[in-house]
Design a protein around this ligand. Structure first.
Ligand code: IPM
Ligand code: MN
Length: 354
């Protein structure tokens, strides 16, 4: 098959991990006779430096025209001034919104070989295999915000706002995904306090009626946070609003052993998607060649699955990652005594393809 993939390396360790994912994609294309065309564009802090804006129009246009987008990470101390008018994160949020990618899929399936790396007891991790579906273009991230007043009376506000249709489409996707899994959807909210959560829960119940074979449960976000580190194996598909999902998935990364391992896919109504590791730009280790590329490589596998329909090739990458990690080929974040570099880790995956 022919496909055009846009690469957005971004900032910090972004370029290092995207490079390895690209090499893995090229190796897969070669093995299976696919033609992938890659083009690189600016997003985030590097785009601010070059053009004055975090998401140049040219970048959005290229992403909209491509079959799929693979992103590294954005942000860093250089652009962290709280008074700054342009911020790298605006690029990422603008792209998610601009491509109408309202659902962010974050699968969490800790590998038995890495059980000892998590600070949690092995019995809390065993059997864990869930998928977080995070709403991505609404809620606190996109509601009205601002400042008013002066001096000690100065106020700041952000708004959590959702329409029924925004909730419905993402909850529906969660139900559809649960069909191919263990048929359980946990909708996470704060309905004992927030009106937006009461609307969320109401819509979740409505959608649930369309899927009689799928069990729906509701859980408050605070108790869900606790259950994630006590009984995570009970979860199948979790669906939640934007910021709850952001926070819960960093917590969930502890189950897997490292933030560097987890991939994500951001999807809308079509097959077009944005794929990125859930970690940030890690400025403290940027440029050292020691970042873990696995989260990005697994994101590339999700790209093959969800945007290009190449399930077999996606599984081939996932299997290669598992084999490499099981063989003890680990980067520094996994506590290795003699850690692999970023590119050695990428090569280890490439060698195990097929
Ligand atoms: C993530 C990140 C982003 C988010 C930041 C960089 C804006 O934390 O993808 O989880 O909060 O969505
Ligand atoms: Mn996050």
């Amino acid at each position: 098959m022919n496909a055009h993939i846009v690469l957005l390396p971004g900032d910090g360790i972004g370029p290092e991990v995207v490079k390895e994912a690209r090499l893995v994609l090229e190796a897969v294309a070669k093995r299976h006779g696919h033609q992938f065309k890659f083009t690189e564009h600016l997003l985030g802090g590097c785009a601010i430096d070059a053009t004055g804006t975090a998401m140049p129009d040219e970048t959005l246009a290229a992403c909209q025209a491509a079959d799929a987008v693979l992103l590294g990470a954005v942000g860093g101390p250089k652009w962290d001034d709280p008074a700054a008018k342009v911020r790298p994160e605006q690029g990422l949020l603008g792209l998610r919104k601009g491509m109408q990618l309202y659902a962010n899929l974050r699968p969490v399936r800790p590998m038995p070989a890495l059980e000892h790396i998590s600070p949690l007891k092995p019995e809390r991790i065993r059997g864990v295999d869930f998928l977080v579906v995070r709403e991505l273009t609404g809620g606190l991230y996109f509601g009205a915000r601002g400042r008013k007043g002066t001096g000690e009376d100065e106020q700041a506000f952000d708004t959590m706002i959702y329409s029924k249709s925004e909730v419905r489409r993402v909850v529906k996707l969660a139900f559809q995904l649960a069909k191919g899994r263990r048929s359980l959807v946990t909708s996470i909210d704060k309905a004992n306090v927030l009106e937006s959560s009461r609307l969320w829960r109401q819509v979740a119940v409505e959608v649930g009626k369309e899927f009689p074979a799928i069990k729906l449960e509701h859980q408050l976000v605070d108790s869900a946070a606790m259950r994630l580190v006590t009984h995570a194996a009970q979860f199948d598909v979790l669906v939640t609003e934007n910021m709850f999902g952001d926070i819960l998935t960093d917590e969930a990364a502890v189950l897997a052993g490292s933030l560097g391992l987890l991939p994500s896919a951001s999807l809308g109504d079509g097959t077009k998607g944005l794929y990125e590791p859930i970690h940030g730009s890690a400025p403290d280790i940027a440029g050292k060649g020691i970042a873990n590329p696995v989260g990005t490589i697994l994101s590339a596998a999700m790209l093959l699955r969800h945007s290009l329909g190449l399930e077999k090739e996606a599984q081939e990458i996932e299997r290669a990652v598992t084999l490499a990690l099981e063989a003890g080929q680990h980067t520094a974040d996994l506590g290795a005594k003699q850690p692999l570099t970023t590119s050695q880790m990428g090569q280890a995956v490439q060698q195990r393809l097929g």
